[in-house]
Design a binder for this molecule. Structure first.
Ligand SMILES: NC(=O)c1ccc[n+]([C@@H]2O[C@H](COP(=O)([O-])OP(=O)(O)OC[C@H]3O[C@@H](n4cnc5c(N)ncnc54)[C@H](OP(=O)(O)O)[C@@H]3O)[C@@H](O)[C@H]2O)c1
Length: 396
């Protein structure tokens, strides 16, 4: 005899302590929590106290800190709870090996690449927030998804918007996608003003509440650059089919233009829970307590062309797409080193793009990746070259 009740879906959240991870747990609660879902694994890095609290509250089977230094404190915070604990790179791979139907990939940066690829190969549906998987590994990551047989569900708000309005049966009629960008805190700043910006001003995004690195990447528009490359892989587009338009209100999350002149857009309040909920409930739409748009109060939606002199990251994305091969991994690796140097006060805001471009030029000879080792090698060569350039004080 059956009870008629379906088994809870097993979820893992990589990067549960971050902005996307916390929002994911919030969405899971709104959609029934333990009645509908079983949390297989949660992972974090340094924020052990929050990770332990999340693991206990959600009844996770395994909690992983990416940092071996924090293993003992996580173990002691979870002692007696019955929740297994692991750490480091091997801990993240153990997380990827655990059974899960759906994995939120929300570890920031290149650290998210290996565990997400492994989870994809194992066949889980991947809700993709981490951009580096597609920017650095592109076709190889898509191959892992195909081989695993799971779905790839974009969570980045722009790609989730395109995913929502791209009619699968009309893919051949897609002429272009238009990624919207708020323009960040320096949309109207002069080059002179941008030369002296600090981490505090750069992290203050006007519309979205996000982690530190993605907030600064939004201010420099490197975030949009990564999104352009991500869109190319996700939707199989040529570089010239990807446009960026500044839209300071962040209400239209992106658009798809078709061959008949129609443009379909997805609109909503700037709240990542819409994209996360869509990725979790796909192909259904969940019921979520997101602020509803009041068009009378909104009154207007503005658009302007981006200025690629003040925001060279957009030009670098096009360069990486045109050159192809491992240039995405190189752009990302160099940018991550430059971003860290900016956060630590060792590099100016504008020099992040100078360093990245120099490294891309210096490593333009690298051959296309035959496997993931080539991607990791391109990433580490880019990091090394970026560090050398900064030591030589050639830029910035
Ligand atoms: N936030 C957004 O609205 C948004 C939108 C679209 C896409 N994304 C993308 O989603 C990803 C996560 O963004 P976020 O804003 O949630 O970032 P975040 O708030 O900085 O959180 C990052 C997560 O990754 C963990 N982490 C940090 N360093 C790690 C390492 N070396 N190894 C393993 N885990 C590590 C953090 O752990 P601790 O907290 O314990 O240190 C945290 O759980 C990024 O790739 C971002 O580009 C974010």
């Amino acid at each position: 005899m059956t009870t008629g009740k379906t088994a809870p879906r097993r979820l893992s959240i990589f990067g549960s302590t971050g902005s996307i991870g916390r929002n994911t747990l919030n969405v899971v609660e709104h959609l029934g929590g333990r009645d509908n879902f079983e949390i297989s694994v949660l992972t974090g890095n340094g924020n052990v106290e929050l990770l332990a609290r999340q693991a206990k509250a959600s009844g996770a089977r395994l909690a992983v800190t990416a940092s071996d230094r924090h293993y003992e404190s996580l173990k002691s915070a979870l002692s007696g709870s019955g929740i297994a604990v692991a750490s480091g790179k091997s801990g993240l791979m153990e997380a990827a090996d655990r059974e899960a139907d759906w994995v939120m990939a929300a570890i920031v940066g290149t650290a998210g690449l290996a565990p997400t690829l492994a989870a994809a190969r194992r066949g889980a549906d991947i809700a993709l927030a981490n951009k580096e998987c597609l920017v650095s590994a592109g076709d190889l990551f898509l191959k892992s998804i195909r081989e695993g047989g799971g779905k790839l569900l974009p969570v980045d708000s722009e790609h989730n918007a395109i995913f929502q309005v791209l009619e699968e049966s009309q893919r051949h009629a897609v002429e272009r996608v238009i990624l919207t960008a708020s323009g960040g805190p320096f949309r109207t700043a002069s080059l002179k003003e941008m030369a002296d910006v600090t981490v505090e001003t750069a992290r203050a995004h006007p519309n979205w509440s996000m982690g530190l690195k993605i907030s600064i990447d939004s201010a420099s528009m490197f975030n949009k650059a990564l999104e352009m490359i991500e869109a190319r892989h996700l939707f199989g587009l040529a570089p010239e089919q990807i446009e960026v338009i500044l839209h300071p209100q962040s209400i239209i999350h992106s658009m798809v233009g078709y061959t008949d002149g129609s443009v379909l857009a997805q609109l909503g309040a700037p709240d990542m829970r819409t994209a996360i909920g869509y990725a979790l409930s796909f192909p259904r739409r969940p019921n979520l307590p997101i602020e509803r748009l009041d068009f009378a109060r909104l009154a207007r939606l503005d658009f302007e062309a981006p200025d690629e002199v003040r925001f060279p990251a957009l030009r670098l994305a096009r360069l990486a797409m045109t050159r192809g091969g491992v240039q995405g991994a190189v752009l990302n690796g160099a940018k991550e080193v430059a971003l860290q140097a900016f956060i630590e006060g060792r590099l100016s805001f504008l020099a992040m793009a100078d360093i990245t471009e120099r490294v891309m030029d210096d490593l333009a000879h690298l051959p296309p990746a035959a496997g993931m080792d080539d991607v990791f090698s391109a990433d580490s060569q880019a990091r090394q070259r970026a560090s050398e350039l900064m030591k030589l004080d050639l830029v910035g």
